[in-house]
Write a protein that binds this ligand. Structure first.
Ligand SMILES: Nc1ncnc2c1ncn2[C@@H]1O[C@H](COP(=O)(O)OP(=O)(O)OP(=O)(O)O)[C@@H](O)[C@H]1O
Ligand SMILES: [Mg+2]
Length: 414
């Protein structure tokens, strides 16, 4: 059995081979009959990719948190920086429709999987959440091999009869469960509220639900790369903007040499209906700026493939506020990152850079400013009625009020 080669499968069908050479470098080759590319940065027309070009894509499928990587590597007895071994041992359920298998493993045509899993009681879940820091992603569960990228601790789950379940072996997850980090106790309230607010403003975001598991607030996020049809789960391919642009996840921020809005908009130019995605993305940029979401980096935006050749901007995820305008945005607005330094000329420069009409931008800005505060108050009220704590939201609404006033003045709306 060859342990240095993996069959890379898309929708369960072999599409390429990932190889680890004896210097620890990766090589990716498409099969000669491959009809779809796994990434815009790895076009199947080019067939073969060396380490420099393919590593950044595959590394992006792994968690980006060294503590999580270290803990998993100890359990699986692999090196924490060995992307190949992570994919070999855990790459059977990745984001999107990619999976990694031993060359000899049986080929299944996997467009869908049954919605099947083991329901976990709240008591058991609370117990498991307690030890997730030591055993991330429930990695030692029988047959569970799911990889989720990102810095925060989270697990891939499914919902059966509205109860949280661990997907059975070979079955897709349908939701992501995030839980509070020790250093950021408001993380869940923050993300829940900001996602709901974005949705109320008409932005296309993933559905979220806050679930209290015993005493812990968790965030249950519906996966946009999975579609539940009765008892069947369908999956879709996706890639984040770092992957699509061929950038390492460690360079997700523009300040670290990562992508800026010009790169993002040039990707959207290739989307199924560019005008829709460009408008939608522009609204998201302005929303992020108003609420102080400084984490709108290239791994927090993705492309969703509707078919081998057509993609669109994926619904937005991972939205939260830093509550402080003395902060840097993830990408430059015009020629500045610093929120407080942004003036109308920055928006004008951005519009020129990406070929977007400034009057059209001003109109969308006005529309959003008109309803933002009222929408935030409605969401706040709903949270109160649902008996949720609103301490964080109170702070956020204060921040929004101040920011809205400043931005209205800056854009000459008052
Ligand atoms: N609803 C979703 N459906 C499908 N994939 C998702 C969804 N939400 C997140 N993802 C994928 O999982 C990754 C990690 O999720 P997310 O960004 O929410 O986590 P995070 O750990 O908070 O990230 P960060 O590293 O930016 O702090 C995303 O980059 C994206 O690829
Ligand atoms: Mg993220």
């Amino acid at each position: 059995m060859q342990n240095n080669k993996l069959s890379v499968r898309l929708f369960g069908q072999p599409i390429g081979i990932l190889e680890l050479d004896n210097k620890g470098r990766l090589h990716f080759n498409y099969l000669s009959n491959a009809t779809m590319s796994i990434s815009l940065s790895l076009p199947s027309s080019e067939q073969a990719f060396d380490h420099k070009h393919c590593h950044r894509f595959f590394k992006s499928l792994l968690p980006q948190n060294d503590n999580i990587l270290n803990s998993i590597s100890k359990i699986l007895e692999i090196e924490p920086n060995n992307t190949f071994d992570f994919l070999r041992l855990m790459g059977q359920d990745c984001v999107g429709a990619l999976s990694f298998h031993l060359l000899c493993s049986e080929i299944e045509d996997k467009q869908t999987s049954p919605l099947k899993g083991e329901i976990i009681s709240d008591k058991e879940l609370a117990h498991r959440l307690g030890y997730l820091c030591e055993i991330p992603m429930l990695v030692n569960e029988e047959g569970r091999r799911a990889l989720l990228p990102g810095l925060q601790s989270k697990v891939a789950v499914c919902l059966i009869d509205n109860q949280i379940a661990v997907p059975s072996k070979g079955c897709f997850s349908t939701h992501i469960l995030k839980f509070p980090a020790r250093h950021a106790k408001d993380l869940i309230d923050n993300e829940y509220f900001c996602m709901r607010l974005a949705s109320r403003l008409g932005l296309h975001v993933c559905a979220v639900e806050m679930r209290k598991i015993q005493k812990t607030n968790t965030l249950l996020i519906k996966r946009y790369d999975r579609e539940i049809c009765g008892n069947i789960v369908k999956h879709y391919h996706q890639e984040d903007f770092c992957q699509a642009l061929g950038v390492l996840p460690s360079r997700k921020l523009e300040v670290d040499g990562g992508p800026g809005f010009v790169h993002c908009f040039s990707l959207l130019q290739k989307a199924n209906i560019p005008a829709i995605d460009r408008n939608h993305f522009m609204r998201m940029i302005f929303f992020n700026y108003l609420i102080g979401n400084t984490q709108g980096h290239a791994k927090n935006i993705s492309l969703l493939y509707l078919s081998p050749r057509y993609f669109q901007l994926a619904p937005f995820y991972d939205i939260s506020s830093i509550l402080d305008d003395a902060s840097n945005m993830a990408m430059k607005i015009g020629d500045d990152f610093f929120m407080k330094a942004i003036k109308s000329r920055n928006w004008q420069i951005l519009c020129t850079q990406i070929g977007y009409s400034y009057p059209a931008f001003k109109q969308l800005a006005q529309e959003m400013l008109d309803v933002l505060l009222e929408s935030a108050k409605i969401e706040h009220k709903l949270m109160e009625e649902e008996g949720k704590e609103t301490d964080f939201v109170d702070e956020l609404i204060k921040f929004l009020k101040k920011n809205i006033q400043q931005v209205e003045k800056m854009l000459n709306f008052r």
